[in-house]
Design a protein. Structure first.
Length: 220
């Protein structure tokens, strides 16, 4: 297969498996999505979805959030981990949204990245999922699969994002990044990986990755 054919195979296979791809984090607007994505750092979507209803019951907008103290926020979000840093970020960005953007989340990636505790990936997710502006947020699943599929060199997420944006049509970015995340979780995880279920890697996977997989299976 040529690289172009591999890319089309990925697109077609993911479209068949996930014709209607769900957004993993529960939210109702750009602000609640921003907070949920921030909380998901080094945590799981399941855990975040358990905690955000408790937080949003007290504050689901910047004005209400800024009335809470960092300590109150931290106490609620403790189960997701990194609570001191995340609480400080949530409180700080809420104040900035009020003072600078009239309480609205800006639909601008540079403005989002200037907010406390908001990195490039978080900003990209908000641009994509809240504002439907083409973005390609790269998480650990996308980074792993782009390497396994020999579509990126796997050196870092910055390069993986550049490769994804170069290879895949812009109009598909928002849907594809979610499809790849779900596929990585269900069919091509880092641990407990079963190549027989992973049709994409089995078909177009990097030779080195396939060889290492078979060596491990032989040893076990």
């Amino acid at each position: 297969m040529t690289k172009k054919e591999k890319v089309q195979f990925v697109i077609d296979t993911l479209a068949e498996i996930y014709p209607n791809v769900p957004i993993p984090l529960d939210h109702k607007d750009p602000f609640t999505l921003l907070i949920a994505v921030l909380l998901s750092a080094q945590s799981t979507d399941v855990r975040v979805n358990q905690i955000t209803p408790l937080l949003f019951a007290k504050a689901d907008n910047p004005f209400a959030m800024a009335k809470l103290s960092e300590e109150e926020i931290r106490e609620i979000i403790k189960p997701v981990g990194l609570s001191p840093m995340k609480a400080k970020g949530i409180y700080g960005l809420s104040r900035i949204l009020i003072e600078k953007y009239d309480g609205e989340v800006p639909a601008d990636i540079d403005a989002l990245e200037e907010l406390p505790a908001v990195g490039h990936k978080t900003a990209s997710v908000v641009m994509s999922q809240a504002f439907n502006i083409p973005s390609f947020p790269v998480d650990t699943h996308i980074h792993r699969l782009m390497y396994r599929w020999n579509l990126s060199n796997g050196k870092n997420v910055v390069q993986t994002e550049k490769d994804a944006k170069r290879l895949f049509p812009r109009e598909l970015w928002n849907e594809l990044h979610l499809q790849i995340i779900w596929y990585g979780r269900e069919y091509s995880p880092a641990r407990g990986w079963n190549l027989e279920k992973d049709i994409i890697t089995r078909t177009i996977g990097r030779k080195k990755v396939l060889e290492e997989y078979h060596k491990k299976k032989t040893r076990s």
